[in-house]
Design a binder for this molecule. Structure first.
Ligand SMILES: NC(=O)c1ccc[n+]([C@@H]2O[C@H](COP(=O)([O-])OP(=O)(O)OC[C@H]3O[C@@H](n4cnc5c(N)ncnc54)[C@H](OP(=O)(O)O)[C@@H]3O)[C@@H](O)[C@H]2O)c1
Length: 288
């Protein structure tokens, strides 16, 4: 989607309160877009909104819990109320508790699927009539190599993230000739901010060597929108080729996980999180 000749594009960024999301919001603002920031952490959203406004970017915070039925509708209504139109949605909010799958309940798996898959589907569904009427729109879905890499203890998360890639492709083919396109960003391990960095810190282990700084994701989102790229694999080296090799050789991802240190980190995180849960204390619900 090219830049408008007059005015600004307006972008909704989910998961904008911490992690990779603020990097995406800053990159969109630097590209000239107005931004609608959402997540549950009101203070962080307001702080980022203020930071961007001080730099001349129109920005507003619309807090919402995207695992709740009314969450996506609240975000959509807040964005339209603030700016009158929306051109871009970056479905970035996501996360996983890193638990053994055989220990998980229906509700826990449902929450993971709601956050990582259903919320992007619903936000897109809400936006489509508006975007089609204007003949202009781009949906960016932040997915993961989780399904291809076979990261341990991420069964529901991996299925949601692979589902998001399929969703992106079909939306793209169904609506692109009417002005609304879609891109999937398939992230490998990201360092400097976000869940991988937090898990490495929690495990007391270094971030896996095959990782990419969080700022790169922001720039990749802008490129995907402006050049209308179907799929970007964000990892060191020839990402799309590596992803294709993982499809051809399903044992390759787990082998890379062991070599890069991802398996050790995830196992240590799973064990640390399992311990307090067994003693009856709260376990983390998403993300870290
Ligand atoms: N970091 C990586 O290495 C990596 C790798 C592959 C893919 N990804 C993907 O990249 C995206 C961003 O991940 P991240 O690493 O930045 O994760 P993160 O640091 O855990 O941040 C997650 C974001 O999602 C929001 N969020 C979580 N639960 C929510 C809920 N119920 N309702 C609304 N918002 C919610 C959080 O905000 P609140 O807590 O304020 O709600 C936060 O802004 C995710 O889709 C993730 O799957 C990340």
């Amino acid at each position: 989607m090219r830049k408008p000749t007059t005015g600004r594009d307006v972008a909704i960024v989910t998961g904008a309160s911490h992690g990779i999301g603020p990097h995406i919001a800053r990159a969109l603002a630097a590209d000239g877009m107005a931004v609608v920031l959402t997540g549950r952490s009101v203070t962080q959203l307001e702080a980022l909104s203020e930071e961007l406004r001080a730099l001349g970017t129109p920005a507003t915070a619309v807090p919402a819990d995207l695992t709740r039925g009314e969450g996506p509708a609240r975000v959509w209504a807040g964005a339209v109320q603030a700016f009158g139109h929306v051109d871009v949605i970056v479905n970035n909010a996501g996360g996983d508790p890193i638990r053994e799958f055989d220990q998980m309940s229906w509700d826990e798996n449902h929450a993971i699927l709601a956050l990582n898959l259903l919320a992007p589907v619903e936000l897109t569904r809400l936006a489509l009539p508006h975007m089609l009427a204007r003949g202009r729109g781009h949906i960016v879905n932040i997915s993961s190599l989780a399904g291809r890499m076979g990261f341990p203890f991420t069964e529901a998360y991996a299925s949601a993230k692979d589902g998001l890639i399929a969703f992106t492709r079909v939306i793209r083919f169904d609506y692109r000739d009417r002005g609304v396109s879609s891109s999937a960003l398939v992230l490998g391990v990201i360092r400097g901010a976000g869940q991988s960095q937090r898990m490495s810190d929690e495990a007391g282990l270094p971030v896996p060597s095959l990782s990419v700084p969080a700022e790169v994701v922001g720039r990749a989102v802008v490129r995907a929108i402006r050049r209308d790229v179907a799929e970007v694999v964000v990892m060191p080296g020839p990402g799309r080729l590596v992803k294709a090799v993982m499809d051809l050789f399903p044992a390759f991802g787990p082998w890379m996980n062991r070599r890069s240190g991802a398996t050790a980190t995830l196992r240590r995180v799973m064990e640390r999180r399992r311990a307090p849960a067994r003693r009856g204390r709260d376990a983390p619900t998403t993300g870290s």
